[in-house]
Write a protein that binds this ligand. Structure first.
Ligand SMILES: [Zn+2]
Length: 198
């Protein structure tokens, strides 16, 4: 049984972390946007240099309709701060690949919210405000399990952005995100079998 005062202290520490994470999120801080395992990742091969790939992404960026910041490793994107959102972090890294620059599209979830779950579980198990903590656990689980996949679909895997990058060689399956670099357009995707529009 954990004393109530300890639970309060842990909760306050998490609230402080939540505020720090919110600031890093809103500022589109590069290291934070690339921190932790990605829940969704794709590789888009290009046939141009790092600088040319960056310039092409920069030009196409308005199509993504997301707020972005560019730094030395690539681009950090998020939805408008006021959008109904679980605050996913999108990173589009520009790095050297086998045939030219490679664009690594990765989406990561907001972290601190999940860290509240074990604290709430302990609190509920200790019988402290059982109903309140149970409801909160359900809400957080719902955000990650239901809202998160919906949110990923909202980005549409930045489809309009990678379509606009066709001139630099980007060719990604519209259905599953498989990299179809240098494969003839209009053919079925070897990964999911769907036909892309020519
Ligand atoms: Zn596919």
């Amino acid at each position: 049984m954990i004393p109530f005062s300890v639970l309060i202290a842990i909760s306050l520490a998490l609230i402080a972390l939540l505020l720090v994470e919110s600031v890093l999120y809103l500022a589109r801080t590069g290291w934070y946007y690339r921190l932790g395992p990605a829940l969704h990742a794709e590789r888009w091969q290009t046939e141009v240099s790092l600088d040319a790939a960056r310039a092409a992404v920069r030009d196409a960026m308005p199509l993504a309709k997301l707020s972005y910041r560019e730094d030395d490793r690539g681009f950090c994107l998020r939805r408008h701060w006021a959008a109904m959102s679980a605050w996913p972090r999108i990173s589009l890294r520009v790095e050297p690949g086998p045939d030219g620059a490679m664009l690594a599209y990765e989406v990561r979830p907001f972290i601190t919210m999940a860290a509240f779950v074990p604290v709430f579980v302990v609190a509920a198990a200790s019988g402290i405000m059982l109903a309140f903590f149970t409801v909160n656990i359900a809400v957080i689980a719902g955000i990650y399990l239901v809202f998160w996949p919906l949110e990923l679909r909202t980005f549409g895997r930045l489809a309009r952005l990678h379509d606009a990058l066709a001139p630099i060689g980007v060719h990604v399956c519209r259905a599953c995100g498989y990299d179809l670099f240098r494969q003839p357009r209009g053919q079925a995707c070897p990964e999911c079998g769907r036909h892309a529009p020519p």
